[in-house]
Design a protein. Structure first.
Length: 98
């Protein structure tokens, strides 16, 4: 009877240890999958960040160029307006003289 109790205790211990090993193996596999997914998500996010940064830099360069062009055109327009006003004044004086 003692031998039977010992064998039963041994069998129970083996069953418990086998279950623990199985659970630990499953946990390790799940963690490995989660880590792989996290690494992939990180790589995707870094790629997206680079693309977005490049796009932002290009847009900023375009904005700077466009702003400079608009300022130059506004300055040219003001110069032409001043010139036209002076020409108009000169024409009016010429008309008065004639």
């Amino acid at each position: 009877k003692e031998e039977m109790n010992g064998k039963h205790a041994y069998d129970m211990l083996m069953q418990d240890l086998t279950a623990q090993i199985g659970q630990a193996t499953q946990d390790r596999e799940e963690k490995s999958e989660a880590k792989a997914k996290a690494l992939q998500a990180k790589a995707d996010a870094e790629g997206d960040l680079k693309d977005t940064s490049d796009t932002r830099d290009a847009d900023q360069h375009y904005l700077d160029d466009l702003t400079a062009t608009c300022e130059q055109k506004a300055s040219d327009f003001e110069s032409r307006q001043q010139l036209r006003a002076e020409e108009f004044e000169a024409i009016n004086k010429a008309i008065e003289i004639i």
